[in-house]
Design a protein around this ligand. Sequence first.
Ligand code: NAD
Ligand code: SER
Length: 312
Amino acid sequence: MVKEKILVIGASGQIGVELTLALRKIYGNNNVVASDLREQNPLLEGTGPYVSLDVMNKEMLHVQVIRQNITQIYLLAAILSATGEKNPNLAWHLNMQGLLNVLDIAREEKLSKVYWPSSIAVFGPTSPKQSCPQQTIIEPITVYGISKYAGEFWCNYYNQRYGVDVRSLRYPGLISYKSAPGGGTTDYAIEIFHEALENKKYECFLQEDTYLPMMYMPDAIRATIELMEAPAENISIRTSYNISAMSFSPKEITTSIKKHIPEFSINYKPDYRQKIANSWPQSIDDSVAANDWNWKPEYDLDKMVKDMLDNI
Ligand code: NAD
Ligand code: SER
């Protein structure tokens, strides 16, 4: 059996830190190399190898893959929806070229697997709002969504044409407490906890009735690992799988937080992110993931809220 050696690119981000720590538990600390543009991350320090690396520098990336005997890559470096709208060219460039660099190296070095996340941001205003299916009308309006949708087809292309075993999930908004989020439209659902605990009030950049698909980080990490460990013959989707866990509005998460902090109050001041949120589905149908590799979430809104408040 080939001994797997994993490179996580974007390991210092919101998902990267927790995914790196989870992979280290499974594969052993020294078999998971964390990498990021950032020099180091205090949460990863002392837990295993860390290299400073720019995914846009294909030569240096290739050298690292060969030097470290890498067999799998998890590519997490990207610019998210809200930040992407501030600099569309940069978002397109990083999100596309970073992926193409990784897919090319995976093909050349015959890596055993690649993981790359897509997002609910692929969907647009013409997609169904409720239980948005795996295959449907997809017309994204953000540069982030466009880059994710194009990326999904590049993954499918490298799989069909070159046999690269690349797998992907369309994450909903991810909620977590370990590492700060990187500039998404769903980040209000993280900020709200910090403000509730520190100031007992929060000014929300989305309207009270804006429903969005969300997921707690432990579910997202488990989904990622379960997808990557599933037998290749079970993987029927080579673009990216819908997955879902919960769906709530700012008003509903406020009600849930108030069960623990009754004096907490919220007011609403929607900004440019409202338009992005309005373009996304409110809930997602993940039945294909459930059928193919038994995906099932564990956390609902109240369970997630309690765990967040206990841990921040
Ligand atoms: P993040 O912004 O928190 O982390 C991204 C990391 O990539 C950062 O640590 C950053 O320093 C690093 N990075 C940026 N440019 C780089 C470069 N050129 N080379 C190397 N590293 C670089 O993002 P995240 O929330 O952890 O998201 C990870 C992935 O998951 C992204 O592809 C994102 O689109 C996707 N995703 C995230 C969410 C979410 O809610 N967090 C939802 C859907 C999809
Ligand atoms: N949470 C992400 C964002 O809001 C969804 O991809 O950008």
